[in-house]
Design a protein around this ligand. Sequence first.
Ligand SMILES: *Cc1c(COP(=O)(O)O)cnc(C)c1O
Length: 502
Amino acid sequence: MQYKSTRDDKIRLEASQVIAQGISEEGGLFVPETLPDLRGELSDLSGLSYSALAKRIFSLFLTDLSQEEISACVEAAYAPEKFDGEEPVKLVSLTKGGDKKYLLELWHGPTCAFKDMALQILPHFLTRSMKKALPGKQAVILTATSGDTGKAALEGFRDVSGTQILVFYPENGVSQMQKRQMETQEGENVTVCAIEGNFDDAQNTVKRVFTDPAMKANLAAHGMVFSSANSINFGRLLPQIVYYFYAYFSLCRTGALRLGDPFNVAVPTGNFGNILAAFYAFQMGLPVHKFICASNANRVLTDFIRTGIYDRRREFFATISPSMDILISSNLERLLYALSGEDSKLLAQWMGELSETGCYQVAPAVSQKIQELFFGGYCEDQRTARTIRQVWEKDEYLCDPHTAVALEVYRQYIQETGDSDTPVVIASTASPYKFPESVLASLGEAVPEDGFAAMEALQSFSGMKLPEQLKALREKPVRFRKTIAPEQADAFIRTSAGIGEQ
Ligand SMILES: *Cc1c(COP(=O)(O)O)cnc(C)c1O
C-alpha cells in the first residue's frame, strides 16, 4: 500500500517512509492511498484474539514489513505482563436500567492511558521502518504532550536503540500525576522539559522546530532525523483502528449485537486521533451508525461539527480533562481530506487559512456529510464532575474526567436524537487514578493536597485496584525539572540531541 499527503497530490510513499518521517515535507499529513475493505471478511475476523486481529489489520497497511516483522512487533507490544491481562483492552457493560452502554477500557497499559495502545507498538514499527527507509540514521522523536502522550511515548521509546526522545509539556497544563510520571522518567535516551504556555504553544513550538530547514540540516550532518510520536504520525493511528473492530466483535460474541448490526461510537476527543481511527474502521467496513465526538469546554470541534466553521480564535480553558485541552485538532485534516473528495488543494487552502487567520469554513457539502456521520457535543467541568458522581452512584463505576465527558455527551446525544436503542461503545481513555484530585472532588470527598495521598483516598473510597505503576512513582527520583520559553526550544533541542550550540 502506498501513502499520499493531504496537501500535495503528487507525493507517494511506502509505509516505512511514512512512519519514519511522521509528517510530509509541505506540512500535510500522510494517509493511505485507499483503505482496505474488510466487509467480506468480518465474520472470519470476529473470532480472533486481539493480537491476531492486530496482525491481520497491520499487514494490510504495512506492506513493506514482513509478516514475521509485524508479528514480532505485536507480540512485544501487547504482551500480557504489559497490559495486565490476556487481552490488552477490556469491555465493561453499563447496562443498568436498560442502557446499551459499553465502556471500552483502553488504559490497562504501562502509563494508564489509552495512548499506550499505540505508543507501545510505534517504537517497534519505527525502528523497523527506519532500517528500511533511512538505514543507518538515528531517529530523534520530538513530542508535544497535553499530558498522556508524553509519558506513553517516553515509556514506549525508553532505551530503544537508534532513538532519542524529547518531550515538551505545557508548564501549567498537566495533572500532578501526569507531571510526576514524566519528570521521573527512566531511560538513557529520554529528555523531558516543561514549556511556558498551553498545549497549543507546546505543539506549535515542536512543529516549528520540526520543519526548520537549518535544524534539519544540522541533524542530518550528525546522522539524525526528526520523527514524531504525535498522532500526526500514521503509525499512531493504525493501532487504534484495531480496538474498534475488536470491541464490535466482542459485543457480537456476547450477543449484544449481531454481526452486521450498526452501533455507535463515543470518543472523548482532543487532537481528533482516536475518533479518526474509528472513522477509518468505518470506511473499512465496520458498521458504525454515528460518531459521537465529545469535547470539554474547549468546544472548537462541537462548534465546527454544528456550523462548518473552524475557529480557534477563542479563550483557552484549562479543564479537569487536560488531555483534551486543545484548540487545534490536527487530525481533523485527515477527515476533511476524506470527506472533500481527497482534494489536496482545498485542504492546503483551509489549513493555510487556519495558520494565517485562525479560522476557516468548509464547503456546505462537506459540512453536511460531517453532520450525517458525527454528533458533536461538549461538557464543562461542573457537568463532568456531576457525571463522575452519577455514574458512580448508578453503575458503581469509577470513571476518569475524560471518559466522563464522553458519557455526558452521549447522554446529550440520546436526549437530542432519541437514539437509545443502538448500542454504544464509549472509549474510556484513562484510569481514574491518573486524576485522583478531580475524581475525589467530583465525588464530594475531601481532597488531600499530595497526589499520592489523593490516590490512596480514592482507593479507600472506591475499593478499586490502584495500578502498581502509579503507586511506584512515589519512590522514584525526579530527573527533569527544567522549564523553558518557546523561543529557547531550538537551543535546548540541539544540546539535548548532542549536536551542540550554534
Ligand atoms: C489524548 C487523550 C484524549 C484525546 O484523544 P485524541 O486522540 O487526541 O482525540 C482523551 N482522553 C485521554 C485520557 C487522553 O490521553
